[in-house]
Write a protein that binds this ligand. Sequence first.
Ligand code: SAJ
Length: 422
Amino acid sequence: MLNKISIIGLGYIGLPTATLFASRKLRVIGVDVSAAVVETINRGDIHIVEPELDILVRAAVGSGYLRATTSVERADAFVIAVPTPLAADHKPDLSYIEAAAKSIAPVLEKGNLVVLESTSSVGSTELLARWMSEIRPELSFPHQAGETSDIRIAHCPERVLPGRIVHELVANDRVIGGMTSKCSEAAIALYRLVVQGRCIVTDVRTAEMCKLAENSFRDVNVAFANELSMVCDKLGIDVWELIALANRHPRVNILQPGCGVGGHCIAVDPWFIVDSAPEEAQLIRTARNVNDAKPDWVIGKVDEAVTQLVNSGMPAEDICIACLGISYKPDIDDLRESPALEIARTLAKRRDTMVAIVEPNLKTLPEDLRLEKVAFMRFEEAILEANIVVLLVDHAEFKNAKPKLKSAQVLIDTRGIWKDAK
Ligand code: SAJ
């Protein structure tokens, strides 16, 4: 019976997932290591920006079906949605999964289901089972007892797009990899409560690899667009016009170049494949390197513009560079692995010019950007002040603005949205 569900990790995936189960009138215990996050949620508020999430959290907490806490309690099913960042040398850091496993193990009871949703390197779900079994030797786990195990374990990677999480959590198909058939069946029973897409069963390692392959596919395709943008710049061709033309071919669909690839997923997950198969994953590694190099290329363009202005007689300290957008993609506040933030940070830390940062999705600048000669500005103000305008993120506010820049102002539009601004 699935009466009580525990979600471990109340971030971008865990919190919406918790509210979804709560909206189906299941008792949900959300667990997070941060007391501040727990307190915010129990007030019915949210600590992240995601469309519709505030309404869902308020309703879930208000109805009494969702409660947050810092310590794991007994439940029928546990869903782990903790981060899997990169450690040194681009290796997957599974320490959050290990900590989650070790916090769940003491409260496990016969018949419980544990689902790992966090994006994981191949083999992580089996490791999770081992970590828990070491703490609870009197219970049997699937790697020991197969179909007769006391505890069911499955991997069901989250595949939702930040900005559309609430919709995609319900609508997307789910890939479910149980460690045994019974594990898969138990996981399907859980997800069927909330998912309208199909729940498709596979083995646990294929489920892990499926998620990594999806994000690597996107990374490779964005790398192609980013490489094209640098080639076209060298050859004096408008890359956005080129892509629009090429995409008229019925079997071509080139993605959009930008200032780099960010986020906690696409900029991270391909390295998990490279780590597992370093000799074989040549294209995936190269794509990562192409995308990681794009911010430096943009900084090179800013440097060229600064040199031009200095050569025309303007003192460097009078030059104002406006960085428009620092989140990792449009219309969200998420700064994780953001190439735009990396560019703004590099320019800000030099302290030779002034830097104006515009980010409509943040209320204040991140701590390390609160520096002398760095200002957090409104869009209109920055456009007036700047000598060099660097459009980094295609936020709706910028897309809708359609500004007319003065002839002396330099525009570096990494997203190709201001064709008529100059
Ligand atoms: N980007 C471009 N050009 C494009 C598309 C994306 O430069 O044409 C950049 C974005 O600006 C951003 C980065 O790529 O910096 C990633 O953005 P995204 O919108 O492609 O993806 P994420 O990281 O927000 O979410 C991805 C999704 N994966 C796929 O689309 C295959 C999502 O479905 C996953 O659930 C999510 O990763 C995750 O959690 O793994």
